[in-house]
Design a protein around this ligand. Sequence first.
Ligand code: PGA
Length: 251
Amino acid sequence: MSRQTIIAANWKMNGNLALVESITSTINSIEFADNVKVVVCPSYPYLAAFASKISNDSINLGAQNISEYAKGAYTGEISADMLNEMSVGYAIVGHSERRSIFRETSTQIAHKVKAALANGITPILCIGESEAERMTEQTETVLSAQLQPVIDEIGIESFKNVVIAYEPVWAIGTGKTASPEMAQETHKFIRRFLAEQNAEIADGVSLLYGGSVNAATSEELFAQPDIDGGLIGGASLKVDEFKTICSTSKG
Ligand code: PGA
């Protein structure tokens, strides 16, 4: 099956209007293959400016987080419905920084995935193990424990509208990228885990690798059979580097 290739940019709490301008003016002119989508996730205040500058059908807007609640007295929260109205098509859910710094639980993350789907937003569900967990061979247990609550909440069939980003925590922002072989092996495990519940759905889910991807490593990572693109943090803030990463996406 030919899966959607996705190159997603996670700006985190970085960037400004000047970056919105320089990134859009650079990537708008790239001709992407039909099955490639670029998803840029700036901070909330820049969503509208970004949306107004996109002139390339392959480029999509994403949010970095989403509320699990629909509406009401939740000061500081942003609902899926609001994001939908702002032309946001994707939302990163359960990033490791949300899990560790903001103490989001797998149950909460499952509710966020559900809220996104209910409003036509594709969740980019992040999962990944810590360095200690990899060293003690718990990677598969940890990834299963992060995935299962979401499967229980939305059902495996709904994964046809979910993107998964495998981001080993030890590789995020550290410059330590997983080797293509290690990343492939873990992606294969994730697909096999989903396949145990529905092989056809598992075959169609786009699995992204994230964690210190840069212009020098993206091509080999994206060439792996179970890696369908990347979630790029630091390197997505550098216009030329992000452009190069986009050009290494497999079409
Ligand atoms: P990084 O971040 O590319 O800077 O490691 C990736 C992420 O946190 O999504």
